[in-house]
Ligand binder design. Sequence first.
Ligand code: GLA
Length: 693
Amino acid sequence: MRSAFSSTPWYGGDYNPEQWPEEMWGEDVRLMKSAGVNLATVGVFSWAMLEPREGQYDFGWLDRVLEELHLGGVRVDLATATASPPPWLSHSYPESLPVTAEGVRLSPGSRQAYCPSSPAYRAAAGRLVRALAARYGDHPALALWHINNEYGCHVSRCYCDESASAFRRWLEWRYGDIDGLNQAWSTAFWSQRYASFDEVMPPRVTPAYGNPTQLLDFDRFSSDELLACFLAEKAILREVTPDVPVTTNFMGLFRGIDYWTWAPHVDVISDDLYPDPADPDAALKASMARDLMRSLGRGRPWLLMEQATSAVNTRPQNAPKAAGQMRALSYQALARGADGILFFQWRQSAAGAEKFHSGMLPHSGTDTRVWREVKQLGRELRGLGQVMGEPVPAHAATVLDWHSWWAIEQRGLPVHSTYLALIAPWHAALTRAGAVVDFVHGDEDLTGYSLVVAPNMFVATEAQLAALDAAAYAGSTVLVTAQSAIVDESLRVRLNGYLGGLQETLGLWIEEFAPLAGAWARPGFVPVRPEATIAPTIELLGELLPGGRATGVEWAEVVRVRDAEVKATFVGGALDGLPALTRRGTGKGAAWYLATRLEPDAVAALVQTMLAEAGIAITPVHDGTTAGWVETVRRGGLTFVINHGDEPVTLAIDGTDLHSGEPASGRVLAPQEVAAVVPPGSPGSSPMKQVVV
Ligand code: GLA
């Protein structure tokens, strides 16, 4: 297969010429060239234009678009256009429309109005993909196939009758016979025993809590069902154009789809991410998605397929990006493994549902800040070929698993949890400390990481437990946090102290849970006897904690130590004196356990302890200690320093600034500014031309 990338990073965005008169297409391409655009994603929402009536194709306009782009030297990421079925599909096949858990059939008139299991949708999509592949497979502009668009973005679960049939087939495949399902779903509980697969339903709205394993299996099935749509299109493309790589755009930390199961099937991982410019932690949160994309591809370069040049129109309040913020976030993606920076979309729409979403070419044209920033970035990227294909070495790994995500957010658990709120603080603390973090599924070989953090791994397979154990014995520092390995993959409780095999690794077991939900935290709570309410937090004491103390929130466990050092204890209340943080030396490594959820300053302190024990030393390259987050990442021989804070910092790093050719040390980096530092004596350290905006 040919390479999905070029010698310099891809730069461009979604191009929707069908929204504009044909006379403007030439100007589009001329302006693309002046902005350094070398890749356009075309046809994402063009199905109704390409097939105005069932079986009647109109490719003439797309022929002309591709020709225009080709003549302008712009390559094409050609979409299969199946993300938004045309009106005729739901008119002729109303059963292809998706149905909610409440039984509401969604209407056309927006986008993504299809049931992933619908045979009519799949057949029509397949015919279109085959026609596109046959027509454009040899087109010289074609660089990449863009299958569908943001699978599951609006409809990741469908509960219609066709989905019900597909779910039953999936369950038969998974369990073989109905006894296997009854066993896995523990249907002896609440009289749910099934006599045959025909009786099984998708988890539509029920009077009380649904069967937990049915819910989890429906999450798994729904992710697999969308994957089947992707694979069906990919199979056609592979058959007709075996050399052309395929991608589909992921959506960062998107709950609806288990991207671990998808990633091996995607030639190029790509991501759409819209950090909120009004969120001071936007860049830190964005770094999590960048790290996930790199990790999904096991280190392969990925594509930032979509971002906004400025504001989106999807939030209640849509702040524009600050001057330089788009560039700063683009460099972040590049530094964290992206080999292309693209946007939604090229020309800001004049009509339709997204007309107030920014574009590369804004409503007000080229005499605008946004356009000048777009041109500057395009020009700079052309000078960054040296990062292409280069890996991003990571310091640590964090376990992220969709099964735990789905299961820990179910009802009927000791506390209500939001999975990402449990994972993000660990990634954020490691990242703020300057460590580059890979995400891992947890069942792969983890022994190459000197530090592994496994937060709230609620559902744990035997393979995951074994991998953590192996890493700890081989020399890694492994930190497992509360609510881990409580259940197996069928959501059956790991009896006799929870944790399964990790009891050995950690040298402890759990006697019971002690959730900290304070009575006053409940809506409608009336404090008749306030003195009798339960504290919603719990104090910890221990030398490793900042100032020797920390606060646990929401969750605590009664830990029974067999063979581990107690590094911190709970103070006060029923848990007074019981272990809160433990460490057990394991072979060449160590296994730590934290029996609560900590506030951010304590997470940061603990992360420092873990990094030190793991032998990970990170030297700061600037003097900014209080100025918000200054990101430092190394890739392709360059050290990228990006100031996401709101105060300037001064660089303290040897080498030259790639952009100016000046020595980097002593350079004052203003907020949103970026330095790409070439080490001293490095070949190819000739400066880029300074671009004046
Ligand atoms: C997603 C979609 C685009 C567009 C943007 C707007 O990323 O793929 O078509 O709707 O959102 O932010």
